[in-house]
Design a protein around this ligand. Sequence first.
Ligand code: GLU
Length: 297
Amino acid sequence: MRMTRVAGTFAGIAIAALALAGCNSGSPTSPGGDGDADGGDALWEVATDVSLEGSPTFDRASEADEIVIGVKSDQPGLGYEDAVSGERSGFDIEIARWIAASLGFDEEQITFETIPSANREQELVNGNIDYYVGTYSMTDARDEVIDFAGPYFITGQGLLVAADDDSISGPEDLADKVTCSVTGSTPLQRIRDEYNGEVTERQTYSECVEQLLSGQVDAITTDEAILAGYVAEDPDNLKLTGSPFSEERYGVGIADGDTVLKDHINTLFTDGGDVWTALFEEYLEPSGVEATQPEVD
Ligand code: GLU
């Protein structure tokens, strides 16, 4: 029931976004971003004659004539898949499409795989995906097994509570509460390591939202940019509380050692400030997220 409402509400936003994005139809002639529906130019072209000598990932994708990208599917504004149309949208999804286009892959050659937080490193290590774009914080522990391009976005850990709950204004107030977060995520680890209170974990944040709306948990903790997307869906029932209490630097997860691909993506980000701003304004600013484009490492 609630999921239907979430999907339905977002469909409205998605349709507006699609109108702006030249329908994002998957046609190679209408790449993602701000397309021709409003008379503007497409944000990017699909590159031709790309050569990325020394990138095993690029070689594999070229050979397969397909690029496989790991993403999220339940994070409105970031990585979202419409349950009815199957349309993927959000800031992370467009970043993923932009990278694919820069490598010469059009929409028809992209396969999106929904992969939860806990499985990201393993899917990259196994070579099941070519790269991952989904609220993926660059951490030293993850860097041991994979590499990151970026950062392309910075947010911080926050708290989501019921709109009528005034008893929580920071992580210190969670001692006698039940908080939901996601397996394998940095916010789950931090709330366990540094604060008191009961913590319950799920595979996805939308499962946590279900639990909060039905009163089974008191709070959800993860990155504010993710939580703001849920609030935008359901502002009558949900609100952000307190201030961010970490720095989460989002990177693109790639195979360990593929420095050629890493450099390619970092150059794309560095040279693509206009694209970044257009995507931010379209997908994240509407839910009240504030950010500027970070410099890549
Ligand atoms: N950015 C955090 C992380 O990478 C939380 C969001 C997520 O689970 O994707 O763990």
